[in-house]
Design a protein around this ligand. Structure first.
Ligand SMILES: [Zn+2]
Ligand SMILES: [Zn+2]
Length: 397
């Protein structure tokens, strides 16, 4: 592995930054102390910053030379609303909040790159280091864009990275095209007419209608959607009634839809609505249909992905970069940035959990697990990737 020596020498500092962030997790749009820490470090290193985009977002601006070319590198800063069960010294000090997705490590890796780039300006142009809030459901990427990220910081391309358990340390995974899914939520309320359960003929039973809708919706995946296009329609909650002898007025169906393609999503949403409305009509019931689109699918651009793969291969070797990693039905709001600018998002291997120190809880080392911990061995690897990506992208002509 060809890591950058001064970054390796800076590992101890990066590890203590990472652990400080881990110990002080903050949720969506509340990343005040984390943002302060990021801003303080960037300022200490002489990097001009912009603050306030997306409420708590921070952007560092590292310029060199005369070129007006620019690249964006993005990390996320937020934690999850869950209780950490680790007992090591840097475990969460904030009850019910935890860095279980490794965003503490993302922030530290990008700070490591910013530190090096501010001292070793082997590039011609501008590197924007973007620290965004609220990846975990809050759409912080979108909020930063709405607040002018790409107009105040005009960049040609933007790149993202996520630590990924199960991929060995020192290896990367990436793929061109869809890599993560769109995430969407629905809530459908079937409005019938309640009655005594012994007099069902006086009711419009919403439970029977809800059950018909639930069954019929599965035919959207098997009969309407092309078998080539991946899609998930999961009903995760059905609620109705409160007594054994009462037919309730209403029943609700709640769940999620995941797709890699917005056309597939359009099809599924419109078929869900049609089936719900027409089934209700057939039974003299009514429906309230709510479908909320969260994050769009994350789609890596071809040219920038080929470029990222080349840079990764130059650091860890050809055989350590899986350029056709299997996409996941998980979602990620970096997808918005890739709608606004060309770019690429990669997985950096977090290993199988061997890094877990004493005091680390039991359980698999999975993202969003209460015993998760970012692997500090990744800090110089990820920071080196960011630096080489920027240097190659802004190579002096
Ligand atoms: Zn997460
Ligand atoms: Zn995450």
């Amino acid at each position: 592995m060809k890591l950058i020596d001064p970054i390796i020498e800076f590992h101890h500092e990066l590890q203590s930054i990472r652990r400080e962030i881990h110990a002080n997790p903050e949720l969506c749009f509340e990343e005040r102390e984390t943002a302060d820490l990021v801003a303080k470090k960037l300022t200490e290193w002489g990097i001009p910053i912009l603050r306030g985009m997306g409420v708590t977002g921070v952007v560092g601006i590292i310029k060199n030379g005369t070129s007006d070319r620019a690249i964006g590198l993005r990390a996320d800063m937020d934690a999850l609303p869950m209780q950490e069960i680790n007992t090591f010294a840097h475990a969460s000090r904030n009850d019910g909040k935890m860095h279980a997705c490794g965003h503490d490590g993302h922030t530290a890796m990008l700070l490591g790159a910013a530190h090096y780039l501010s001292q070793n300006k082997n590039f011609d142009g501008t590197v924007y280091v973007i620290f965004q809030p609220a990846e975990e459901g809050g759409g912080g990427a979108k909020r930063m864009m709405d607040d002018g990220l790409f107009t105040q910081c005009p960049m040609e391309a933007v790149f993202g990275m996520h630590n990924w358990p199960g991929i060995p340390v020192g290896e990367f995974g990436v793929t061109v095209g869809p890599m993560m899914a769109s995430s969407n939520e629905f809530e459908v309320i079937v409005k019938g007419k309640g009655s005594h359960a012994a007099q069902p003929h006086k009711s419009v039973d919403p439970i029977m209608v809800a059950v018909q809708i639930a069954q019929s919706w599965q035919t959207i995946i098997t009969r309407n959607n092309s078998p080539i296009d991946a899609a998930v329609l999961s009903i995760t909650q059905i609620h109705a009634g409160s007594a054994t002898n009462v037919i309730p007025d209403n029943a609700s169906l709640i769940g999620t839809v995941r797709t890699f393609d917005l056309k597939v999503l359009d099809l599924i949403e419109s078929r869900m609505r049609a089936i719900a409305e027409h089934t209700a009509e057939a039974f003299d019931a009514k429906v309230e249909f709510r479908f909320h689109r969260n994050y769009p699918p994350l789609i890596n651009h071809a040219k920038e992905t080929a470029f990222a793969v080349e840079v990764l291969q130059s650091i860890v070797g050809v055989e350590k970069v899986n350029a056709q990693v299997e996409p996941t039905m998980g979602a990620e709001d970096f997808a918005y940035m890739l709608q606004g600018k060309p770019g690429c998002y990669v997985f950096i291997g977090n290993g199988e959990g061997d890094h877990r120190s004493a005091g680390h809880g039991l359980g698999p080392c999975n993202l969003h697990n209460p015993s998760y911990d970012f692997n500090d061995d990744l800090l110089p690897i990820g920071a080196t990737y960011w630096v080489r990506l920027a240097e190659q992208f802004l190579k002096p002509q």
